[in-house]
Ligand binder design. Structure first.
Ligand code: C2G
Ligand code: CA
Length: 432
């Protein structure tokens, strides 16, 4: 053995595969886990512990027969599984909405298998289903119309099927499921029917799963996970400029132990530095200030991205993120107004600064409720006027050495956007 690391502990964007599976299940509301360990099981136990650090409960079951089929592994856990449970593979990465879907799916079958209609790969277990019931299952099926995703909902009845299969020397889980399906007890759940709507995150991404076998699979899953990092509420600058960069940075950050809150604070510190530069009368300082401001706008994506990739999102973090952003906004505009005053001693700078400031604050203040009202109804791509655009205007203004016009444009655009929101909301809701 050259590398003595069990496959479930391979890291995918900073999180071991098995931990990903567990935390995804937790997102779907599952809090108790039975993990069957075999080969190099000690390392897995050491990594995950009793689950307390994740706010869940983990019980381990040893399987010394790990060289036999995976049906044996499931069978060894029977003592702990006296009610309906979800059976997952430690190397199948999946979207939590598939789990929500299969948990809530109405079916009287003892086993419900998550299936996918895509073309089978060599490694896939093939399934032939008819009217929602499984007729045949196996790796070598000639006639199949879907594949097994490795996501199951089971009643303890499954152990009887496994036992029966074992008697015939069949130790693979698929073979036990075949026993159950012959008796007409196995149904399907099409994973593509899982609800793909997540109010904040997904846009047109599908619910997905990947069986990680090769380096290529790891690469694809990384791509999938990164695609989901964008938010429906991202503005244009964020969508086309900031996110593509911040996601690359986040890919590096997840490999470290840097927490989302640390990123939020770091980002804030850079913002303060940016506003100091913006307040200097020299043109070169203004340019540096504008560039630093844009950098913080990019980094502002990283705290949330790392939080989502590492299952570290928190209510506090989200709140901190937005509070620090508001402070930074205030400092940027104050820095610009001060810089203008140093240069011209014209009090008009303070007046446009005031309008830019209040417009920026109200733009953020009104956005959450407004998006709740409107976005859910329309859903299609919109030109969102948000902080990312604000900071981009500051960048352009400082590159062109136009502080007054920067503040002026900010004041106009931000207040017009607030006005637009008032009008749109009143049109939709005036009848309530
Ligand atoms: N979050 C968190 N902890 C932090 C920061 C953020 O848990 N310290 C989570 C929260 O759920 C928060 C979300 O991440 O609601 C914010 O996601 P971001 O991707 O940081 O998005 P946002 O800052 O709103 O926008 O181009 C940059 C983007 O416009 C940044
Ligand atoms: Ca952020």
């Amino acid at each position: 053995m050259t590398h003595a690391k069990p496959k479930p502990l391979i890291r995918l964007l900073g999180v071991p595969l098995i931990e990903r599976v567990i935390l995804t299940a937790k997102e779907a509301g599952i809090n108790e886990f039975i993990i069957v360990v075999g080969f190099l099981g000690e390392q897995i136990k050491e990594e995950l512990g009793d689950g307390r650090k994740y706010g869940i409960k983990i019980v381990y079951v040893e399987n010394d027969d790990w060289e036999k089929g995976n049906g044996i592994s499931v069978f060894k856990a029977r003592k702990y599984l006296q009610e309906t449970f979800i059976l997952l593979m430690s190397d199948h990465i999946l979207d939590y909405r598939i789990l929500e879907g299969i948990i809530n799916y109405e079916s009287s079958n003892d086993i419900v298998i998550g299936i996918d209609r895509r073309e089978p790969l060599k490694t896939d277990t093939k399934v032939l289903e008819k009217n929602g019931q499984i007729i045949e299952i196996g790796k070598e099926l000639e006639n199949s119309n879907c594949i097994d995703t490795g996501i199951f909902r089971c009643t303890p009845k499954i152990f009887a099927f496994i036992e029966e299969a074992i008697k015939e020397n069949k130790t693979e889980l698929a073979e036990a499921i075949a026993v159950g399906s012959e008796k007409g007890h196995v149904g399907i759940f099409d994973v593509s029917t899982a609800d793909s709507y997540d109010s904040a995150m997904s846009e047109d991404i599908d619910t997905w799963w990947i069986n990680i076998n090769t380096k290529e699979d790891l690469k694809n899953s990384r791509k999938m996970l990164c695609q989901q990092l964008k938010k429906t509420t991202d503005g244009v600058i964020s969508r086309f400029i900031n996110r593509p960069i911040s996601i690359q940075i986040s890919k590096l950050l997840v490999k470290t132990s840097i927490s989302p809150n640390m990123i939020s604070f770091f980002c804030f510190a850079v913002a303060i530095l940016a506003s100091v530069f913006l307040s200097f009368p020299a043109y070169w300082a203004l340019i540096i200030g504008g560039i630093l401001a844009q950098i913080t706008s990019i980094l502002d994506g990283c705290d949330g991205e790392v939080a989502r990739l590492k299952f570290q999102s928190s209510t506090f973090g989200g709140w901190l993120d937005s509070i620090l952003d508001r402070y930074a906004d205030g400092f940027f505009i104050f820095g610009l107004s001060l810089g203008l005053w140093f240069r011209t001693e014209n009090y008009w700078g303070w007046i446009v600064g005031f309008f830019a400031l209040i417009g920026s604050f109200l733009n953020s203040y009104s956005s959450t409720k407004f998006e709740e009202f409107v976005n859910k109804q329309t859903g299609f791509f919109q030109f969102l006027v948000r902080r990312d655009l604000r900071i981009f205007i500051i960048l352009l203004g400082s590159l062109f050495n136009q502080i007054f016009w920067t503040l002026f444009i900010l004041g106009v655009i931000m207040n017009l956007e607030v006005l637009r929101r008032i009008i749109v909301t009143s049109l939709i809701y005036s009848k309530d």
